[in-house]
Design a protein around this ligand. Structure first.
Ligand SMILES: CC(C)(COP(=O)(O)OP(=O)(O)OC[C@H]1O[C@@H](n2cnc3c(N)ncnc32)[C@H](O)[C@@H]1OP(=O)(O)O)[C@@H](O)C(=O)NCCC(=O)NCCS
Length: 185
């Protein structure tokens, strides 16, 4: 299989979102109709597209992720040891509200690479002097659960995060390495 090269950048008008299909209709619809409007200067999300540029055709959107900020109450952290180290107020997390890889590009490491990009973004926010980000929360439809569990994410209790609908995606969490602030004794 020929090696694919991806360019990762924020979504722009004209990107080939109309033909994107990843197997989860809600994820496809979001990319086609909502990702760009939601990223207006006053919007609250950022969508990053991975464009396959190693092909002879014009670049196609091979995958994407949408990020925003959210907060998580300590009581909902799935890791008891981590929970003990955390202060008792809601902690900022980076939320990946949408993540998708187009059918023709799945199982080639792109989904994992997009998650690493989310971690890099969180680390930038948490750079010395910045805001502490405790980890990543990913909203997962059923089709994404096994993928996240394989990558060390734990399911959070309940479904309620800002913007989550009843019966909608379930939130999963993974701490950032050494990101958790120590609770005061
Ligand atoms: C879930 C999804 C993003 C995975 O993307 P991908 O590019 O195929 O994933 P990768 O190739 O990076 O796979 C990374 C690892 O997860 C595993 N994996 C990928 N999809 C999997 C699945 N459905 N079930 C179990 N494991 C899976 C791979 O085998 C790989 O394991 P390895 O690191 O041991 O080799 C993609 O299948 C998708 O877009 N699905 C539909 C939309 C969706 O569910 N979005 C929510 C994502 S949380």
């Amino acid at each position: 299989m020929s090696e694919l090269v991806f360019e990762l950048r924020r979504i722009r008008t004209g990107d080939s979102v109309d033909v994107f299909t990843c197997g989860d209709p809600g994820t496809d619809r979001f990319l086609r109709y909502h990702a760009l409007p939601a990223q207006t200067p006053r919007g609250l999300t950022s969508t990053w597209v991975a464009l396959a540029t190693g092909t002879r055709t014009a670049p196609v959107v091979a995958g994407f992720l949408t990020t925003s900020t959210a907060s998580l109450d300590r009581a909902r952290f799935p890791d008891a040891a981590l929970m003990r180290r955390l202060p008792g107020y809601p902690l900022p997390v980076l939320r990946v509200s949408r993540l998708g890889v187009a059918n023709g590009f799945q199982r080639r490491g792109l989904g994992a690479a997009l998650l690493r990009h989310a971690e890099t973004l969180a680390a930038l926010v948490a750079a010395p002097g910045g805001v502490v980000v405790a980890g990543l929360v990913v909203d997962a439809p059923t089709s994404g659960m096994a993928f996240l569990e394989k990558r060390g994410f734990a399911r959070l209790g309940g479904r309620i995060l800002e913007g989550a609908l009843h019966g909608g995606p379930a939130p999963y969490f993974r701490a950032l390495p050494a990101s958790a602030p120590a609770a005061k004794a």
